[in-house]
Design a protein around this ligand. Sequence first.
Ligand code: DMJ
Length: 914
Amino acid sequence: MSEAGGRGCESPVPQRARWSLVAATAAFCLVSATSVWTAGAEPMSREEKQKLGNQVLEMFDHAYGNYMEHAYPADELMPLTCRGRVRGQEPSRGDVDDALGKFSLTLIDSLDTLVVLNKTKEFEDAVRKVLRDVNLDNDVVVSVFETNIRVLGGLLGGHSLAIMLKEKGEYMQWYNDELLQMAKQLGYKLLPAFNTTSGLPYPRINLKFGIRKPEARTGTETDTCTACAGTLILEFAALSRFTGATIFEEYARKALDFLWEKRQRSSNLVGVTINIHTGDWVRKDSGVGAGIDSYYEYLLKAYVLLGDDSFLERFNTHYDAIMRYISQPPLLLDVHIHKPMLNARTWMDALLAFFPGLQVLKGDIRPAIETHEMLYQVIKKHNFLPEAFTTDFRVHWAQHPLRPEFAESTYFLYKATGDPYYLEVGKTLIENLNKYARVPCGFAAMKDVRTGSHEDRMDSFFLAEMFKYLYLLFADKEDIIFDIEDYIFTTEAHLLPLWLSTTNQSISKKNTTSEYTELDDSNFDWTCPNTQILFPNDPLYAQSIREPLKNVVDKSCPRGIIRVREESFRSGAKPPLRARDFMATNPEHLEILKKMGAASSIDAEDGLRFMQEMIELSSQQQKEQQLPPRAVQIVSHPFFGRVVLTAGPAQFGLDLSKHKETRGFVASSKPYNGCSELTNPEAVMGKIALIQRGQCMFAEKARNIQNAGAIGGIVIDDNEGSSSDTAPLFQMAGDGKDTDDIKIPMLFLFSKEGSIILDAIREYEEVEVLLSDKAKDRDPEMENEEQPSSENDSQNQSGEQISSSSQEVDLVDQESSEENSVNSHPESLSLADMDNAASISPSEQTSNPTENHETTNLNGECTDLDNQPQEQSETEEDSNPNVSWGKKVQPIDSILADWNEDIEAFEMMEKDEL
Ligand code: DMJ
């Protein structure tokens, strides 16, 4: 353990006194570097920083203002249809909806952001609204985790800043701990979730009926995610220490203690999901992203906030394991807890973008800079961080729900290094948000970062976190009305005061004394990061770390960076059979397969990996069959390209991926189904015709509108309420005849997306759209005209909305939309087919269809291959849900089914080893 502490860490401090000092120093160490930095990237002027800060304020106003005007008291804003998302009134989105408890989620999540952004008056109004309107006793089943981090955290953050303001003597003079009382009420509502023998909470709870009552409609779950059970301590301990009711901190500690006990002892890693009754790991893969992320975050921050050394010891133990097994700079790749040298995945999820920020708090700056740089390059490629991306930086899951993690890490890295490079990064984030996510009624999540299409969704964390971190990034001390260093950020960026470390400590003393005597200090890193030592006489430190990674994303070739196991270098040994190379017709391969698991532990390990790769490959194959969506971008006033709808292509007509986009005004065809010669050719001539799905083949519709002079067509689903949010896209198939005569482009929109265009026509009459394979940048002139640069302008902007009154989206439940959805991939390639595709290397075959396929040429450079996979298709007849789909049996599925037994055997083997 080094004692190289910064100011405040220099001399050994008695343990008890250290509790409060630790909290203060952790924050202190983050601020000191900003003044150290003197060179590197071009410094940003104070004016420029202020301009960007003001831009963040204006953007917040646009998001918050539209939520308050069009959605409140609903939980969230639906920015495309400009209305509130009320649970039960929209098609279910599954688990995502468990954050919605009919408690005005976005308002509560935004409370402390208002104060950070210096909107004290608005904060005062917002608190009054929460106290007046919010009901925490709804008959709704909510996620314990989300309710804790967003609502309990939001109330506590609001309370923390309310008492700070009250003490200052100007605002909130009337405030009498009312938010805290609400928080306590909510805390008690969550406690029944902990009624398990393990002490791990149930993942869901009914706010009115708890867990056990028959009306609760929950309590049968057996599993929860590690982060779900391990991300409670900050809010629960703060609640205990604010109120003196110790039970909350006790329960959260118990859950953490249990997780710690259950860590895999040889790797010191935890799995993604755990059985809340038995404590068995249900998913044994382990990373720092989805499902685990904030468990690690809360161990370190619990130490900072509560000054309890046992949390630091746990964190450091896990951190060592993470750096040993998961960190493969600049990548962070999931592994198996029992076999940590085995990668569990070939892709990373966007949630791990918080990790560099946590590494800064830990004081491990180098890998933080590396991972952050890699993530930034992925962002530069796709404008946003896709929900998941492969080790060779292709899109794996294309959505982006405006997550704040990358902005969070950018802020912490700037605080630690003072390197203006991170200000430029923040500027890019702001530009991209305004350019691609801003819609007239708020900011819309990206449905597909490749096409730029939107989803009717603006999550509350966008207001709780994104604007806070972006504003703080550009703010100087005097721009914030309180000292941010006196607070710690929860995982939802809510602010809790560090003085809690010395308040009501009885619980921590009670729970931790015995453990202290057993602590192994050798693993302790007691020091806080000292930026003077991190950047000794070298202000170019961060830049020198980034430099070698400059082109890591652009120059990467498929699968280039994945770790090669040491064993594969065993001299003389044959490299293990990889799933991507497997040929079912190759007897040698079959022989190797048979041996796996039988001969030696190395073979068994190869076997296990092989199975995992097969599963991975299978799911990748399935993904590849999902077709590249197209985009319908509304370009006329007041949209100006800001609303982008996800559309399905056609197997006939102009291929938009190969040709320039088609732009034109839209007109409804008559008859609307387009199944006979149009009676209104003058209306559709030179325009893009809107046609309703049904009654005849897609190709027939295309011919009819083409004959009437249309330059393109959009088929709108007749299944009311259907949406690309809940049903997979398909491509419109021909009619079995030669379709070469169809020259115009045809796209398909589900009903919900289609109704956005129909509503726009009702409201604005002239609606112009762009049909393309990827949303185009907006016209800069229009951009200037429409994009207010000052706070005041934002009101004008939000005045121009898509009217929600005419928008009627019928309710469809998840089940029925799933029934209608297309699950089969009739034209998918089997493994054997892939082997025959001799000109394409195995790694290329796993590429995503809409990405450029890169391979290495003789010069070692990456070149593009354009390898269009076959796509899923639907004809008009296919669309009848009663007609069964001709599913072609996929050899890989049957192979996997045969191997299920083997997989179980491998799992047993793993258990036996424990
Ligand atoms: C937030 O709600 C929290 O940061 C949480 O820990 C995980 N991520 C979401 C936003 O992406």
